[in-house]
Unconditional design. Structure first.
Lengths: 150, 150
DNA sequence: CCTCCAAATAGGAACGTTCTTATTTACTAC
DNA sequence: GTAGTAAATAAGAACGTTCCTATTTGGAGG
C-alpha cells in the first residue's frame, strides 16, 4: 500500500490529514522492517520535534483499525511492531523461540504451514495461538463508516 | 492438570516450592475462568497479605514456561489471562470483535474452524494472527532441564 | 474568506507488566 | 542440625502503551 493510497483511505473514512499523520505514514512506508512505536516517533521528531508518543500510538492504532497495517507482538507482551500491508496479505504467522525470543516470519499461509514448513525448521513446537479479528454481528451494522471506531 | 502434578513438575525442573507459589497455583486451579494477574494476586493476599504483584507475575510466567498453563491476550494489549492446561489441549482460539472487544472462545481446532465455525458465527472477519511457540534448533539442546529459562 | 465543530494534538497521569536490588528462604550435602 | 548456595521474595523503579484533559486545527458550509 502506498502513501497516497493510505491517505486516500483515511480521507474516505472521514478522518483528517494532519502534518503529524503524514509524517507517521511516511516513516512507516519508508522503514526497512516493521518498526516499533519508538522508531516511528524518533523518525517523525526529525521533522516535528514536539510530536508526542501518544500521537504516534493513536495513529498507528487508527491505521490498524482501518486496515492499512497489521500490529503484532512477536512474543507475549514484547513491544508491538507495525507493518504496512503490502499486496493484500493479511496473514501474519511467526515461529517464535521460547528460549531466545527469536522470531521467524513465515511467508506461507496457514494450511501449508502445517504440512511443510513446521517440519523443516527444526523447531520443537510447544503451543500456539490463533486469533481472528473481525466484527461481531451486532457491530457489523455500525461498521461501514467511521463508526467502526471505538 | 492437578495442583499436585504442577508442584511435581516444578520440583522436577529444579525450582523450589514456596508457600507463595503454592498459593498461586491453588488460586489458578480453583478459579472458574482464566484469571488475570490481579485476580490471582487478590486471592493469594487473603492468605499472604504481603505477596507482591511481581511475585505473582514471576510465577505465572514460570508456569507458562514449563508448560503448566497458557498465557494469552484476547485483544491486542489487553490484560493477559492465565489458564491452567487441562487435558492436553494446547490450542487457544478466539473470535474477537474489533468493535466491542467481546471474545468468543472456540473449542474446536484449527482446521475445523475454517470450514464450519467461522461461517456460523456471523462475524465479519478482517484479519487474524497465528503464532506458534516453541524452541529453535539452537535452544533445543539446552531445554531439557532448567536451562530452558531465560 | 469566516465560522464552526468534530477530530487531532501535547502533556502528563495511569495501567499492566517486567526489571533491579537487597534481603530472605528452600533445598542439598555434610 | 548446620552451612552454603542458588532461587525466590518485597518494594519500588522502569518500560510500553493507553487514557484524560485542555487546547489547537483541518476541512465543510455558509
Amino acid at each position: 500500500m502506498t502513501e497516497t493510497e493510505i491517505i486516500e483511505k483515511i480521507r474516505a473514512k472521514g478522518f483528517k490529514i494532519t502534518p503529524q499523520r503524514r509524517a507517521i505514514i511516511n516513516a512507516l512506508v519508508t522503514a526497512d522492517k516493521p518498526p516499533v512505536a519508538k522508531d516511528v516517533h524518533r523518525e517523525v521528531r526529525n521533522k516535528y520535534p514536539s510530536v508526542s508518543l501518544d500521537t504516534v500510538y493513536r495513529n498507528l492504532n487508527l491505521l490498524a483499525e482501518i486496515g492499512c497495517l497489521v500490529k503484532y507482538n512477536l512474543k507475549n507482551s514484547e513491544k508491538s511492531r507495525f507493518e504496512i500491508l503490502k499486496h493484500h496479505h493479511h496473514y501474519h504467522h511467526h515461529l517464535i523461540c521460547l528460549g531466545c525470543g527469536e522470531a521467524v516470519c513465515l511467508e506461507k499461509c496457514l494450511l501449508d504451514m502445517h504440512t511443510d514448513v513446521l517440519k523443516n525448521k527444526g523447531y520443537k513446537i510447544v503451543g500456539h495461538a490463533f486469533e481472528i479479528y473481525g466484527y461481531c454481528p451486532s457491530c457489523c451494522n455500525a461498521v461501514e463508516n467511521k463508526d467502526g471506531k471505538k
